[in-house]
Design a protein around this ligand. Sequence first.
Ligand code: ADP
Ligand code: MG
Length: 142
Amino acid sequence: MSRRHETSDPAQTEALAAELAAGLAAGDVVLLVGELGTGKTTFVRGACRALGIDGIVTSPTFTIGQRYQASVPVSHLDLYRVVDLGNEDPDLLADYIGPDRIAFVEWPESAVAALAGLSRVAARVVIEHAGGDRRVVTIEAE
Ligand code: ADP
Ligand code: MG
């Protein structure tokens, strides 16, 4: 199933993310695809809020991911610049992905096979610029 939405500010993108988050369960992985500045991190922030995470949600900079505590723990990975994670260190992902947690992955291209092997890809979110603050957000869910 694929649903196409348009948003015109960050709050609308966060609200879409909250809707998706409501249907997620431990073991689910959500992939976020889109150019720099389209709103992938904004989307993850909206989802994290809905999942009960109160603190700051920003893209991890010095590691590939962050882990947040919540009733279901959440991971947020950003694989920008990672060329081929599977070859570099297959165990690296296992710290962040698994049956006991929900994970959001920005720039998943280098690790799609490894991610699918570790957990269930519940949704793929594609965000595109549509002029100014407008974005097209396509949510492909299982
Ligand atoms: P990415 O993680 O894809 O690089 P970010 O979420 O970090 O993108 O940044 C998106 C930027 O675009 C933020 O500054 C955000 O406030 C802004 N923005 C403007 N309009 C929107 C929108 N409709 N949806 C999401 N972000 C938006
Ligand atoms: Mg980002």
